[in-house]
Design a protein around this ligand. Sequence first.
Ligand code: PMP
Length: 362
Amino acid sequence: MKRVYNFSAGPSCLPVEVLQKAADEMVSYGDSGMSVMEMSHRSSYFKDILAEAKSLYKELMNVPDNYEILFLQGGASTQFAMVPLNLLSKSNKADFMVTGSWAKKAYQESARYGEAKVIASSEDKTFSYIPKVDSKDFTPDADFFHICVNNTIYGSRFRPDNLPDTGDVPLVGDMSSNILSEVYDVSKFGLIYAGAQKNMGPAGVTAVIIRKDLIGHAKDITPTMLNYKIHADNDSCYNTPPCYGIYICKLVYEWVKAKGGVAAMEKINKEKAKKLYDFIDNSKLFTAPVVPEDRSIMNVTFVTGSDELDALFVKESKKAGMENLKGHRSIGGMRASIYNAMPMAGIDTLIDFMTKFEKENA
Ligand code: PMP
């Protein structure tokens, strides 16, 4: 069986053990005599899968009891609308930090439904840092304050100890590309959302962790399917949920738990990222554009400084068994997405290849 090192930003590599377990259970799940893809979402089999997924996610993320977990559809992009439709309930104002393209999209979508204010942006330096902010600049009566915790395209992140202190204003975090990668204190957030397709499962599932008091205040115009209350009241089964995707998420949660949980993931993720950044920082050819203190440990961006060499790197790395190292089409260069399922051997293979490439091209 051929497996490559897949550095895709998402959908991205999943643990082989998870894929194998899914393969084993593909045709008949347990004693059900049918695939999870074929079973009713109202069946006891699926109800158990959903309950187990929820409980494992709660445990892994250390979610306090006053939060609800929802498994929704529509990707993180739907949350860009769902968050303002549900949370803009008092002042109709929200604050945003624009630290990348996804953060900007969230801001632009919110501006359709209420007053949206950019508190800080790092666009002046191609989103290569997380701006320092002063809470004096925050809107005191904002209904929420939105950040994109990990900026997938540019490769920066808000460290867990560097989240803006928004006081009583609920902090909303897009954690699509760093969910389950490092320990964040959920109680610092009012709401966390994440598209599953990077670190949690397949595309099609969006996991939302929302503080219970933020549920039930949706604007009248909110479509039923975009109302958190509808999904909370129906335990994510108001309509047919993304059943198979939720099942794969459950397998990923079991895998993370077996590895020692998010803290254990964080330890190995930091080792992986450090090894790669250290190599880049000592290289004569490659540079990492993001300032060291704000670097993502999930998406490592780097460049050679020459578009031709970048293109050659992407082409040659593919031949060497590494896929999807091309940077996002909006910024070029290279990006190695090194999610939980990327083993250290993948990092070592990449560094060996970069060493060789540098010798030949520096
Ligand atoms: N937010 C972040 C941080 C992302 O990386 C992405 C996808 N790359 C999105 C939002 C959009 O996600 P989706 O495609 O699930 O709508």
